[in-house]
Design a protein around this ligand. Structure first.
Ligand SMILES: Nc1ncnc2c1ncn2[C@@H]1O[C@H](COP(=O)(O)OP(=O)(O)OP(=O)(O)O)[C@@H](O)[C@H]1O
Length: 233
């Protein structure tokens, strides 16, 4: 479970998160929406202890992320908004293997994870491809595969579908469905609710650093349009 309690984050005088509280149970498929600058990225970065709260707490499976950031980064897989920044190796296979190698897993297990993760992003068999020779959308898929290969307990994806073609999008969505059904909590930050709202358990909307809507998609979708969120109706 990811638990955010009264989280405040300021950038200088600007309040990016204003006493946000949110609990994400295991196995929940949650969409985090809201206009540009509403605080979505700031909130999810706290789940990985990449930012320090001005006040409030974030715990993952009961552990305060600021006290044990390494544990937080192991149990919360993160796909960032600019996936190129997340890629570390020269080839696709080496990049996806990087995280599992750091977990100290055996080679056979690393290879299994790489194979499965690449299949999930529709890049099966592309281990030898050079990262630099990939398109932006393909690089985004490698970043998603890298997070999947960690087999984290929680998965947070910040705008993961930007630049993905329909086939890759469907493949990744199928994987996210499977993971949520198996008990992984899945948080997707998105501006595009198409084919997401029907599979989500819950939608949380932020505006100006505050949660302004929170509930099942049917209840929340009518509230989204006035916030400037395209609900894809
Ligand atoms: N490094 C930073 N320095 C100063 N201000 C920042 C920084 N990062 C974010 N902000 C500000 O914090 C607020 C929330 O930004 P955040 O990136 O969390 O929004 P968002 O909802 O993810 O937006 P988007 O939909 O555009 O990705 C914005 O007002 C933004 O300008």
């Amino acid at each position: 479970m990811i638990s955010v309690t009264d989280l405040v984050h300021r950038f200088g005088d600007a309040v990016a998160l204003d006493r946000v509280s949110l609990t994400v149970p295991d196995g929940e498929f949650l969409l985090l929406v809201g206009p540009n600058g509403s605080g979505k990225t700031t909130l999810v970065r706290h789940c990985n202890a990449l930012l320090e709260p001005d006040s409030g707490t974030v715990t993952v499976d009961g552990v305060d992320v600021t006290e044990d950031p390494v544990a937080a980064r192991t149990s919360v897989g993160m796909v960032f908004q600019h996936p190129r920044d997340q890629l570390v190796a020269a080839t696709v296979g080496a990049d996806v293997a990087f995280g599992p190698e750091n977990l100290g897993l055996e080679r056979a297990e690393i290879d299994r994870r790489v194979t499965e993760a690449l299949a999930a992003v529709d890049l099966a068999g592309r281990e030898e491809a050079r990262i630099d020779a990939l398109s932006g959308g393909q690089q985004a898929r490698v970043a998603i595969a890298g997070a999947l290969a960690m087999e984290p307990t929680h998965l947070v994806l910040d705008e993961p579908f930007a630049g993905l073609d329909l086939r890759a999008r469907r493949s990744v969505l199928a994987k996210l469905d499977e993971l949520a059904a198996e008990g992984t909590s899945v948080v997707v930050v998105t501006h595009d609710l198409r084919d997401l709202r029907e599979r989500a358990d819950r939608i949380v909307a932020l505006s100006e650093g505050r949660i302004v809507a929170d509930g099942d998609p049917e209840t929340v979708v009518p509230d989204l349009e006035p916030l400037g969120v395209d609900a894809g109706c």
